[in-house]
Structures are given as C-alpha cells and as structure tokens.
Design a protein. Sequence first.
Lengths: 132, 132
Amino acid sequence: MQKEHNLSKNQKIIFDLIDKSGEPMKAYSILFNVQKKGIKAPLQVYRALDKLVEIGKIHKIESRNAFIACQNSSCQVSKATAFSICESCENVSEISNSKLSKYLSNFSDDSGMKYSKYNLEFFGLCKKCKSK
Amino acid sequence: MQKEHNLSKNQKIIFDLIDKSGEPMKAYSILFNVQKKGIKAPLQVYRALDKLVEIGKIHKIESRNAFIACQNSSCQVSKATAFSICESCENVSEISNSKLSKYLSNFSDDSGMKYSKYNLEFFGLCKKCKSK
DNA sequence: AACGTTATGTAATAATATAACATTTATAAG
DNA sequence: CTTATAAATGTTATATTATTACATAACGTT
C-alpha cells in the first residue's frame, strides 16, 4: 500500500508542471514556468525538487541535470531507477522491467558492499531518430 | 589490441593528476591543482576532460560531477560503465563484472531502441562505513 | 497552547560548464 | 617540404546549475 504524501503548495505546483510536461525539465526552466505562480527563487525550486525526489514522485536524470515525473506507479522511492535516453532527440523514458530491476537490486560483488540504491541510464537512438 | 592515444600536453597533465589521485576529482579542484603547470582556465580543463572521457581514459561520475581514471585496462571507450559509490565516505570504485556488463550490454526492451551505451551507479555503504 | 518539524521567503554567492574568437601545433596528403 | 586540414591551445566573458545563511510561517502532535 502506498503512503500518501500530502504535497505542500510549492511541491504541488512544481510536481504538476513536471508531470504535465511528460519530459525531463531543468530546474531553471521550471523556475521560469512557475514564476507566475509566485515561486521566485531557485532555492524554492530546488527544495521542492529535493523533496519530490526523496519521496519518489520525480527522478533526476543525472546525465542531463533534469527531472522527470515517475512513470512507474509502483515506485515509491527513488532507489532503483533505469532510463533510456535518446542521444539525438533527448527523449527520455523510464524503464520498468522487472527482470532488470530484480537483477540489479540483487546484484552484489566481492567488495563487501550492500547496495541500497542504483541508477542506470541507457543511451542510444530512439526508433524515430534511427530511421532518419 | 588497444589503440594508443597520444595525449596532448594538457590532456597528459590532467590525466596524470586524476590517475595518481585514485579517486574522483572535480573539475575546479583539478584546475586548482594544475595551475602551477600553466593551465589557467576552466575551459582548458573541460576540454581535456571531454577528450579523456571520449577515449575512455577517465569516466564521469554523473551523480557527483566528478571524474575518475578508468580502472579497467580493457576499457577503451566509456560506453559501458558501472560504479559503486559509498554514500558516507564517497569512495567510488569501478565495477568490472563480466556477467553484469554482458547482461547490460545485451539488454533490450520493447521500446525498439538499440542501446549503444550505459552508465550504472550503485549506492550504499562501504565495508568501513558500515562497521562504524 | 506549546512544541517540534516541515515548508517558505529572500538575498547573496558558490560551483559547474560553455560560447566565441584568435592562434598554434600536429598530422597527413601531394 | 609544403600545403591543407584537423586537433589542441589560450583567453575573456558569460551561462547554467546549485547551495549557504538567516528569518519567518504553517503544520501536526500531544
């Protein structure tokens, strides 16, 4: 059962924007888009982003410094994320593949480390861009 | 057989520094460290870093905006990278696990994308930090 | 109501990265 | 060896991404 997180005002404004856009958004582009709603400073954006990442409503695409809404309803926390990224059109989508996530969540090597989290980014050309 | 890349002067200075440090280094820390060698501007550092990443001599740890020397002698190009990162002491090491790299290099889903590259970052606590 | 926690507002600044342009050095082809 | 081309360098300025510090307000318990 999913814990209901009551988003605060700023968190809600920023989540809704990212969610509606459907694609990765950068912090300052978010800022620009929410200024009419009274959010004026970068820090207000970053604080909301931090919280939204923490509770798994959005994920950060590390290689792009951008944030995308979680596309996986069962994903409560950002502790096991995988994305496919088109290097031409920059389309990003979240990969939900249970085999992959099982494989990675159970992965261990001889370092003695127990991994509690991972982030994976695949790069390539999407269907559209390949056929150009 | 490995293609020999003749590093240029700046590339060599910067690679040697990162390689000797044995840990991830940030661009401006690199800059600070090579100023005595005549490298004065961020761009000189970033250009060398770009090239070194391109030829696989170093990798970028995306979640940390830092660069580490490749620890895997067979790694010619940065197209299949995996790291373990301790969230407490920030120790980073490159994972060379042939099963893992095979699994990920061959991974495909139903998106129609053919992935040519990936980057994976595992997070957790290293042995030392766990026992504290 | 009193307390602790979470969120907000605001200004300043730090840290990371790139654009634009001029020049020099290395590589390769004739 | 010299011309052409690509790769690397030098330099200044600026863009982009992110955090520190401090003050105030709202929320959730008990």
